[in-house]
Design a protein around this ligand. Structure first.
Ligand SMILES: Nc1nc2c(ncn2[C@@H]2O[C@H](COP(=O)(O)OP(=O)(O)OP(=O)(O)O)[C@@H](O)[C@H]2O)c(=O)[nH]1
Length: 168
């Protein structure tokens, strides 16, 4: 089984950069599995910034929903960086899919992976309780998903001010 790592942190905590460095430390060629979709100009710009930062060692595999299939399809191509689990979760919730079942299947597929998998996620819920039900549902789901993935992987790191703190 390839090594599995979860990197969590707040917005602009530097978690993606930390994850990219860790991923390339596990193999000279890596696959970036992007769960984001550009629905507006701001997101297009964020994605373009990320793409410009990645060097020739990277190939990109965009998959907003079928993450388990993306992991199967890219196994054998080097370490995979999944950026990020919280966007995957919101894509599943907005498309009406059963995120708990999808997460269970994705976690169950990890032991069969030959190449490493590095997940990026967001540490949500640190602020005040959101005043709308959907935001509260998402916050709770993100916390549960993070706990389940954290329990399954080899290492967990918390990104704080651009620095990784190993918590597992
Ligand atoms: N579709 C697609 N999405 C990408 C690509 N490269 C990066 N992304 C997405 O861009 C998102 C990162 O956006 P940011 O808002 O800049 O990151 P951040 O999480 O706030 O900041 P950090 O904590 O520094 O990582 C991730 O969710 C990726 O999925 C790509 O090539 N294609």
């Amino acid at each position: 089984m390839g090594k599995t790592i979860l990197i969590t942190g707040g917005a602009r905590s530097g978690k993606s950069g930390i994850a990219e460095t860790m991923t390339l430390g596990l193999g000279p060629r890596a696959v970036y599995i992007a769960t984001a979709e550009a629905h507006d100009a701001e997101m297009e710009k964020r994605i373009a910034t990320h793409q410009a930062r990645r060097g020739a060692e990277w190939t990109t595999h965009a998959e907003p929903l079928d993450l388990t299939e993306a992991l199967q399809a890219t196994d054998g191509q080097g370490p995979r960086l999944v950026d990020c689990l919280t966007l995957w979760l919101s894509n599943l919730m907005f498309s009406g899919r059963d995120w708990q079942e999808e997460a269970r299947a994705m976690i169950a597929a990890l032991p069969a992976q030959r190449d490493p998998v590095i997940f990026v996620t967001n540490e949500v819920g640190g602020g005040i309780v959101p005043d709308n039900a959907l935001a509260r549902e998402f916050r709770d789901a993100a916390g549960l998903l993070n706990q389940r993935v954290a329990a399954a992987v080899d290492e967990v790191h918390l990104a704080v001010c651009g620095l990784p703190l190993k918590v597992k």
